[in-house]
Design a protein around this ligand. Structure first.
Ligand SMILES: Cc1cc2nc3c(=O)[nH]c(=O)nc-3n(C[C@H](O)[C@H](O)[C@H](O)COP(=O)(O)OP(=O)(O)OC[C@H]3O[C@@H](n4cnc5c(N)ncnc54)[C@H](O)[C@@H]3O)c2cc1C
Length: 254
């Protein structure tokens, strides 16, 4: 375990720090406030599931703002896509969700990140826990798993406010049942009509029931707003999961 943690720190992430001109080829409406922006980037070096890119916006007066967005496309998809969830009082996400159109050219750099990544070659078992738009890098992992026909043991628990802001419910339903893959949802504010599954914040029993047990030495990937990630990581540790095998990605905000 310790060796794996050390290796992760030693292996440099495949960071390309050059800024690319990325042409928007498509904008997909994913929910009331989320859009997938698909880019064509001629010199894109490829990416791993779980990596992100930075977007830089520059105003006419030269003011710039940079934000990170996880890649939602699988490495196999041949396109570079991010999925942005609009933060109402945000500076960058409202522009990306409301204004960006096909044909626009944005500055991006990446792929970035080596810690929160997974390849089917690394196998399972995996525990994936997503809060809100924290599903984005995890979706890239699930798409990668599906494209490669992997049967690795993967369990996803996503926490979603209400059905109006849920991302990829239909795609997740289409991915399951599949050998080795389980997907569960807990609704924190409003569940769909007729729902008889979990509701409310993620609890220790929910994670214990999701499995696999710590004895199986799963790797865990937890992504979402900072308080969500800290809450879930603490619960996993309380359940006996090895902290060195818990990978976290914090999206900022409450
Ligand atoms: C590695 C990484 C990957 C990311 N991937 C994604 C992604 O795939 N999709 C995505 O939508 N976002 C992602 N984010 C978050 C993204 O970078 C921005 O923080 C987010 O879009 C808000 O930017 P903004 O300029 O609109 O808001 P800001 O102007 O930066 O913030 C405005 C207000 O919203 C709060 N806030 C900021 N971010 C969030 C948040 N995520 N949730 C709740 N409140 C917040 C701030 O505390 C502040 O009060 C990622 C962040 C990181 C670090």
């Amino acid at each position: 375990m310790a060796r794996a943690a050390v290796l992760e720190r030693l292996i440099p992430p495949r960071v390309s720090i050059v800024w690319h001109e990325a042409t928007v080829t498509e904008v997909v409406v994913e929910s009331r406030r989320a859009r997938t922006i698909v880019f064509a980037i001629p010199d894109w070096p490829g990416h791993r599931a779980g990596q992100h890119l930075d977007v830089r916006l520059t105003a006419e007066d030269g003011y710039t703002a940079e934000r990170s967005y996880s890649l939602s496309s699988a490495p196999e998809d041949g396109v570079v896509a991010v999925t942005v969830d609009e933060i109402e009082d945000g500076e960058v996400s409202p522009y990306l969700v409301e204004e960006v159109r096909a044909g626009d050219v944005l500055e991006v750099r990446g792929p970035i990140g080596g810690h929160f990544t997974w390849s089917v070659d690394e196998g399972g078992p995996l525990v994936l826990v997503a809060g809100g738009s924290g599903i984005v890098p995890i979706m890239a992992m699930l798409r990668h798993r599906a494209r490669r026909g992997s049967t690795a043991d993967v369990r996803l628990l996503r926490s979603v406010r209400d059905p109006d802001v849920a991302l990829w419910s239909a795609e997740l339903a289409a991915l399951t049942p599949a050998e080795g893959l389980q997907v569960r949802t807990t609704w924190t504010r409003r569940a769909p009509d007729g729902w008889d599954g979990p509701t409310g914040r993620i609890t220790e029993p929910m994670l214990a029931d999701l499995g696999p047990a710590p004895d199986a030495a799963p790797r865990a990937f937890v992504c979402g707003p900072t308080p969500f990630v800290e809450h879930v990581a603490d619960l996993l540790i309380d359940l006996g999961h090895d902290p060195a095998r818990i990978h976290t990605e914090r999206f900022g905000g409450a």
